[in-house]
Design a protein around this ligand. Structure first.
Ligand SMILES: [Zn+2]
Length: 275
């Protein structure tokens, strides 16, 4: 039994021009999506969205710049942990958190789930683990959001079975089968951040989802292959890899309409993805 539910934990705003060529400077809303996955191993999260800790961690410089550049909006009841309690899921019930990458809008809630093991690419973790101060800020990383015992609890994806992806997942060829049952497959999506992870999920009804994190911000970007403005390049770890990854997602979209592709920050209409 594999089921997926999408939640939004806070949002930030960016000028439209950052994501759409010819866009205006008016702010656009970018919700921070996370996914709750019901799986035979237990409850799993894909990312956590923001938490109120973001505000504490951005009180003083240099981190304050993060909050100024991406104003964040979150009510206490919007955090992942609060929404899960509403659904009757206790923090201790979360067994795993799959971390797409280490930006604050994805790891904001890690500290709220004391029993969870973390799953990420080692390359992604290595790229940020020693960064502090301005270097960390440049990588969108707030070290105060990381649990102290992170290294004891992390499982690196590179150690899982590699899996040749089905033909209809071209041009993506390889993934990592996280639980050995083929239901959750990690796929590397480099560019936005080093070692960014996408998740290809098949639920018990046979519905397929590809959670692509921040490989792009809007559905239109992968559907119409719209590259972001050059001004946004400063936000990416590798702008060439970003474009290559987006092109591959666009090809997958055109080859295989059965896969529901979900970026983390598109203003999604939940009914559109069957929720
Ligand atoms: Zn993000």
């Amino acid at each position: 039994m594999v089921e997926i539910t999408f939640l939004k934990a806070g949002y930030c705003t960016h000028p439209e021009v950052m994501v759409l060529p010819g866009g205006s400077w008016k702010p656009m809303v970018f919700p921070a999506l996370l996914a709750l996955i019901c799986h035979p191993v237990g409850w799993i999260l894909f990312d956590t969205g923001y938490s109120e800790r973001f505000y504490q961690e951005t009180q003083s410089l240099p981190n304050k710049l993060y909050a100024v550049l991406t104003p964040v909006y979150l009510q206490p009841q919007d955090s992942a942990v609060a929404q899960l309690e509403q659904l009757g899921i206790a923090p201790e019930d979360i067994k795993y958190i799959i971390i797409s990458h280490f930006h604050a809008d994805h790891i904001g809630g890690l500290k709220d789930f004391p029993q969870a093991k973390f799953i990420c690419f080692e390359s992604g973790y290595n790229a940020i683990k020693n960064k502090r101060g301005f270097q960390a800020l440049k990588a969108g990383f707030l070290s105060g959001l990381m649990p102290d015992n992170f290294e004891k609890r992390v499982v690196f994806v590179e150690n899982h079975h590699t899996l040749k992806l089905p033909e209809n997942f071209q041009p993506f060829e390889w993934g990592f089968d996280l639980f050995g049952d083929g239901s959750l497959i990690a796929i590397e999506l480099p560019g936005h951040a080093v070692g960014q992870m996408g998740l290809y999920l098949t639920d018990n009804r046979g519905k397929q989802y590809f959670l692509i994190a921040d490989a792009c911000w809007l559905n239109r970007a992968y559907q119409e292959l719209i590259y972001p403005q050059r001004i946004a390049d400063i936000l990416f770890a590798d702008k060439t890899a970003y474009r290559e990854t987006l092109k591959k997602i666009n090809q997958l979209y055109r080859n295989n309409p059965d896969v529901k592709i979900i970026p983390s920050h598109n203003s999604i209409d939940l009914t559109e993805i069957g929720q």
